[in-house]
Write a protein that binds this ligand. Structure first.
Ligand code: SF4
Ligand code: SF4
Length: 289
């Protein structure tokens, strides 16, 4: 029997006919490319039935007919930082959901992207089914996504709810979680705001090498500290983590403290992060993956 597939609402539809919103989006991108408003546009295209990030250019204008908003989430802005580091003069267009936009705001503040060279087509994922997987805390803080419920680990309980457990329970839970880590670096590599040239997680004076899990709890605490004033709660790290460590909860706590102490709401504030001690000295440089 043929499997019944659920159709995604526009503009996320990939199986049905073109929706008017999708056509408008494609026309806008074609116009930008054709009129050299942008040199390239980062969006999604179906490849082997999977929505994958794709770079659309003027040389292949017809290909823009294949542009979709996609059911998947990738940090397109991270791809943009790599391009900008190599070719800072290039004008980049980008499909931006709310989390992409928050990441862009952080990358502007940290001088990893020049806002004058970026154009975005903003797609709000709030009314779509994506929120059930994306678990966007900025949009619906009280909701627990059904995907997380399905796998039986409620990783995205609110910080306050987590703090109702005793200190001993919390300590034991985190030690359990950290010991699952495979040190695959997936959380760091997918993170749109992880851009340091030299990564402390690979600094042998800080993190011992040669064993798995990586030193508990220092590996995770080092990353958590570095996410202060940077993490925009996109959840990609947790989606990526092969062993389901509730990373967002940790980073939410860190950024809750940043907000309490400095009044700084990461990703929505155009001011310099309280942790950017180097100011404009932070320059566009390629960070090896
Ligand atoms: S949620 Fe994870 S991937 Fe997203 S910005 Fe924060 S640390 Fe990076
Ligand atoms: S993605 Fe998960 S397993 Fe991999 S390094 Fe990060 S926390 Fe560890």
């Amino acid at each position: 029997m043929e499997e019944q597939m659920k159709e995604w609402p526009e503009p996320f539809s990939t199986t049905g006919g073109k929706t008017s919103m999708l056509v408008t989006m494609q026309e806008q991108v074609k116009e930008w490319l054709d009129q050299d408003k942008v040199d390239l546009f980062l969006g999604y295209k179906m490849v082997q039935k999977h929505p994958l990030p794709h770079c659309f250019t003027k040389d292949n204008l017809d290909e823009v007919d294949e542009l979709i908003a996609g059911q998947a989430r990738y940090s397109l802005e991270k791809i943009a930082t790599k391009i900008a580091a190599e070719r800072p003069e290039i004008k980049i267009g980008l499909l931006a959901r709310d989390c992409n936009q928050r990441a862009l705001n952080v990358l502007y503040v940290w001088n990893q992207l020049n806002p004058d060279n970026l154009e975005t087509i903003n797609v709000n994922c709030c009314p779509s089914k994506l929120k059930e997987h994306g678990d966007c805390s900025y949009l619906e803080p009280e909701q627990v996504g059904s995907f997380k419920k399905m796998i039986g680990i409620d990783n995205i309980i609110e910080v306050k709810a987590a703090e109702e457990f005793s200190q001993e329970d919390r300590f034991n839970r985190w030690m359990y979680e950290f010991q699952k880590c495979l040190k695959c670096y997936g959380c760091r590599n997918i993170c749109p705001v992880c851009f340091c040239e030299e990564c402390s997680l690979e600094h042998t004076d800080l993190i011992a090498t040669g064993s798995i899990p990586p030193e508990v709890p220092i590996f995770h605490l080092v990353r958590a500290v570095h996410m202060g004033g940077r993490c925009i709660d996109c959840g990609l790290c947790e989606d990526t983590c092969p062993v389901d460590i509730p990373l967002r909860l940790l980073y939410r706590k860190v950024n809750e403290t940043v907000e309490d102490v400095f009044g700084y709401v990461t990703g929505t504030n155009a001011d310099q992060s309280p942790f950017n001690l180097l100011g404009d000295e932070v320059t566009l440089k390629i960070k090896p993956i």
